[in-house]
Design a protein around this ligand. Sequence first.
Ligand code: SG4
Ligand code: ZN
Length: 238
Amino acid sequence: LRCSVPVNCFVGQSEWSEYFPDCGGTSQSPVDVITTQTKYDPSLVPVMPLGYSQHGNQPFSMHNNGHTVIVELPEWMGLGGLPWFFTAVQLHLHWGNGGPGVGGSEHTINGRSSDAELHVVHYNAELYPNMSAAMTQRDGLAVLGILIETGEETNPGFNNILNYMSRIRHADQRTFIPAFDVQSLLPKDLGRYYRYNGSLTTPPCYQSVIWTLFHERVQISKAQVWLTMRNTKSASVS
Ligand code: SG4
Ligand code: ZN
């Protein structure tokens, strides 16, 4: 396989490490969490979303980067409960291309995938000045992973994003959406999660992420998933 612009010509994950050496690292994410092999650590306190509900009046910027939808978050949002304070940067979604029931999540639990996965990305604001300085460093980033299942009931929190997806059907399109309570996207139980040191799940795969994968899955409706997929047909949202 030869290509001048690697990001545009991947045929599969197996080739990532040819172009991005970190993708062949020993802590590559995502992982399959095998619950019988996890170790209980009483020092792990519940996840503390800080300022997630203080969204203010400034709209959030949302764009399609050609792979996914990204919502940029205000810098007063952050994450406590870790050895350092982490500032929120953005959230994005991973959807499969198959629709509900096919399993578009990145992380799996005991081999079982979910229909989609939400990631809220933060950087270590105590040790590094900004996201780009932090993203190459061990302990530089903290990402919350939320597994999404589809059912019958509409999840109003997700409509704050999904209602506006049709405005960014194509790569590089950007829009502004009304600010909303980001905590409404998280599961209720913030105390049960899996924590491990891993990496960005896509190139450049920096081994820089403290991962928190919630045990509780969040439900959205099948209609919400179909609507999203229809509105992003040409954007290869994945
Ligand atoms: C997705 O490709 C996002 O579009 C990327 O966001 C993100 O990179 C990448 O996933 C890896 O993040 O939480 N899945 S992940 O490990 O957040 C970063 C952007 O490129 C650095 C802005
Ligand atoms: Zn992600």
